[in-house]
Design a protein around this ligand. Structure first.
Ligand code: XBP
Ligand code: MG
Length: 264
């Protein structure tokens, strides 16, 4: 029985990495560090999960290693710039995310956010869309500060399952990156991957379902998806898919239907 939906944030709820990249560059400038990440460079560095880890990696590559305290200071500056940019420019939510969250809650499911991003980055993204009481919509919010190991470690998803008190088989995770899919899969959770701009080309084949987006009344898929049997991912279609997926997974490996990553 599907009890909970667990959402990644950056790239899944909204495309935000263009703002993160600018915030990192503004922080380097503020700290007098002669590093600027262009889009190509940032796509490469996005394979390093976690802003602090990304900064440390780039400093090391530029043969300018700094202490953990200095990296944390640079990252704190970056987070302030990111909040400023997000408040000033906003980041439209991707099709179907808000709808599916509302449908799922009406159907009695619980919601969680499972993200590598910093806690402070959530308010300017969720507050304007869900209102000042947005946190009460989520039964678990696991951010980059909550676990020592970032994705693809399963730790963040295992923490969310613990807080939700549900088994992996009773949940579905939504992710946009290879590391995020690996993280949820390593926690035993069925994963719906949603292709995103900044992680374009990431290997999402370990996901149980791969979509361009969740679909919405104004953003229907061109055709009914063979695994979803609908032109958008409704809570009803997701629940039916989850039941079929669970039945399939309970079959001996030799008789399972292979995963389909058809573009809807
Ligand atoms: C994406 C990330 C984060 C952001 C930057 O998180 O990897 O590191 O790029 O945010 P998600 P921080 O798991 O939501 O896709 O600088 O706060 O880490
Ligand atoms: Mg993501």
């Amino acid at each position: 029985m599907l009890e909970a939906l667990l959402f990644d944030v950056d790239g899944t709820v909204a495309e935000t990495e263009h703002l993160h990249r600018r915030a990192f560059n503004l922080a380097f400038e503020r700290h007098g560090i002669d590093i600027r990440w262009n889009e190509r460079e940032y796509r490469r560095l996005l394979r390093v999960h976690g802003g602090k880890e990304r900064i440390a990696r780039s400093l090391a590559e530029h043969e300018d290693p700094r202490s953990a305290e200095e990296v944390a200071e640079i990252h704190a500056t970056k987070t302030r710039f990111y909040e400023m940019l997000l408040e000033a420019e906003g980041a439209p939510w991707r099709p179907g995310v808000r709808r599916l969250m509302a449908e799922a809650q009406r159907a009695g499911m619980r919601l969680a956010l499972v993200t590598t991003t910093s806690q402070a980055n959530l308010e300017p993204l969720f507050g304007p869309v869900l209102g000042p009481g947005w946190r009460s919509r989520f039964d678990a919010i696991v951010t980059g500060e909550a676990t020592a190991r970032k994705k693809p470690s399963p730790d963040a998803y295992l923490e969310a399952l613990k807080r939700l008190r549900v088994a992996p088989s009773q949940a579905v995770a939504f992710e946009d990156s290879h590391a995020g899919v690996e993280s949820a899969r390593n926690a035993g959770i069925p994963v719906v991957a949603i292709r995103s701009h900044w992680l374009e080309g990431d290997d999402l084949s370990a996901a149980d379902l791969v979509l361009d987006h969740l679909g919405d009344s104004g953003a229907l898929w061109e055709q009914s998806h063979p695994q979803v049997r609908n032109r958008w991912l409704s809570a009803k279609a997701l629940t039916a898919w989850h039941a079929r997926h669970a039945a399939n997974e309970s079959q001996p490996a030799t008789s399972r239907v292979t995963r389909c990553t058809a573009r809807p």
